[in-house]
Design a protein around this ligand. Structure first.
Ligand code: AMP
Length: 441
């Protein structure tokens, strides 16, 4: 399909797409939109970054726009379930964007914040409701949401939902959906438990597959850098100070790790902030906004952010910690190289993480190339150069990967620590220290 006119969407929707400069439907859109417009159920294998939000939003807006019904209090006509608040917010934003010329009300509800405003908005009524499963169930159980008028049900990122332990909630929600409905089901992967769930939800679906792995990975230059755990921060600073790093997303395994790392980067003069599940919704939104508006150049995140972040122009993704779940790798690096752009994904791999790296390579079906300066196994005599705060490296991150020696702009005596001979020499103790040790013994 070459252009959106062929999809025969309502004029207001077409106009909104023109505003967004969307000219050609992405593969998931050209395959999923036509059957969805005919009212068919769809099973879509695609991940974020492929344009799948529009693939389900456009048919919904087209359908509801044509009906021109008033929004009834508590009774949405379309329901989209998403695993995280960030993703739910982005989906709601997309509905607002694509539906800006329609008289359509959309609402997003998620946990972790007071429900008062959400309940008030539900009383006013919304055509389209985007929700995370826990809060949706809560509000349904309190009678604030009734699904008896529902026409379209969308389950987005189904595999992620199950990974996050939402299956019991999902089952409860599914039993309360009306029988007469259209269902659109999206997942990045289709393992057996997801296929089972899709069979429960979908009637005679059209299957659409946009081979997510190749989409997210092909355009992304991936490298693994073998490095000892204790050296990761110095290596990260070196990478982030490279000339071509415009916006970088750095992943850590733990929330505490994300906080500490962001603080250390800030202390060394790099504009960074952290985002993870322990932060309040307001703080998460503020962090995302600062990153979007380029007030900070580095966002340190845990996996909770890996699927929800839709920010164009992320030039680098750095796996400060190799993810233990191989599928997270695909999702993390998919935050760069979005909408056809190129991107660089670097994974810092310590000796203890090599098993995790192998699992990733098995999943993606190829070896992640090793950066020339950091071959595996290496390390002892090949430590990365330390940088003092404020020192600049006038190289590109690609030359770090390909082994070109970085040119330092400022002298840094701490670099001597990387001289193996110097490192091995035992430190001379002062006379006083020797005495104290003797006394203790
Ligand atoms: P999604 O996979 O829905 O998260 O979309 C990824 C990005 O692609 C978003 O920034 C969308 O605005 C953008 N996008 C979606 N469809 C198109 C299209 N047909 N043409 C250009 N950009 C698009």
């Amino acid at each position: 399909m070459k252009n959106f006119e062929e999809l025969k969407l309502n004029a207001p929707v077409q106009r909104a797409l023109a505003d967004e400069n969307y000219e050609t439907p992405t593969p998931i859109q050209s395959q999923a939109v036509p059957p969805a417009l005919l009212g068919r159920d769809v099973l879509g294998c695609a991940q974020t970054g492929t344009g799948k939000t529009a693939a389900f939003a456009l048919p919904i807006l087209n359908r509801l726009g044509r009906q021109n019904r008033k929004a009834a209090p508590h009774r949405p006509l379309a329901l989209v379930l998403a695993p995280t608040r960030e993703l739910a917010l982005q989906i709601e934003e997309s509905f607002a964007t694509y539906g800006r010329y329609l008289r359509m009300r959309q609402l997003v509800v998620y946990g972790g914040v007071s429900q008062t405003n959400q309940v008030r908005a539900l009383e006013r009524g919304a055509h389209i409701l985007v929700a995370t499963p826990g809060r949706l169930l809560d509000l349904m159980n309190q009678g604030h949401i009734k699904l008896d008028q529902l026409e379209v049900f969308v389950l987005d990122e189904a595999d992620r939902m199950l990974d996050m332990g939402f299956l019991p909630d999902l089952k409860r929600i599914i039993t309360r959906l009306p029988d007469q409905r259209q269902s659109l089901f999206f997942s990045a992967t289709l393992p057996p438990n997801i296929t089972r769930l899709s069979k429960q939800l979908l009637k005679n679906p059209v299957s659409v597959n946009v081979t997510p792995k190749s989409i997210s990975i092909e355009k992304i230059e991936q490298r693994v850098l073998s490095v000892e755990r204790s050296e990761k921060q110095a290596l990260l600073r070196k990478v982030l100070m490279a000339a071509d790093v415009d916006r970088a997303l750095v992943f850590t395994r733990t929330k505490r790790g994300a906080n500490i790392l962001a603080e250390k980067l800030v202390r060394s003069g790099i504009k960074a902030t952290a985002i993870h599940g322990n932060k309040s919704q307001g703080a998460r939104q503020r962090a995302l906004m600062a990153f979007r508006q380029r007030k900070v150049h580095v966002l340190v995140a845990t996996d909770v952010a890996s699927r929800g972040i839709d920010i164009d122009g992320i030039t680098h993704v750095v796996n400060f910690d190799v993810p233990t779940d191989p599928e997270s790798y695909v999702h993390r690096i998919g935050r760069t190289g979005r909408a056809g752009a190129e991107g660089i994904a670097l994974s810092f791999c310590s000796a203890a993480e090599r098993g995790d790296l192998r699992a990733i390579e098995n999943l993606i079906g190829k070896k992640v190339p090793v950066a020339a300066e950091h071959p595996v196994p290496a390390l002892k005599d090949q430590r990365p150069m330390r940088l003092s705060p404020g020192s600049k490296v006038a190289v590109s991150s690609r030359s770090i990967l390909n082994g070109a020696p970085p040119t330092r702009c400022s002298a840094d005596s701490s670099g001597d620590q990387d001289n193996p001979k110097r490192r091995r020499r035992p430190r001379r103790r002062s006379r006083n220290t020797r005495c104290r040790i003797k006394q203790r013994n």
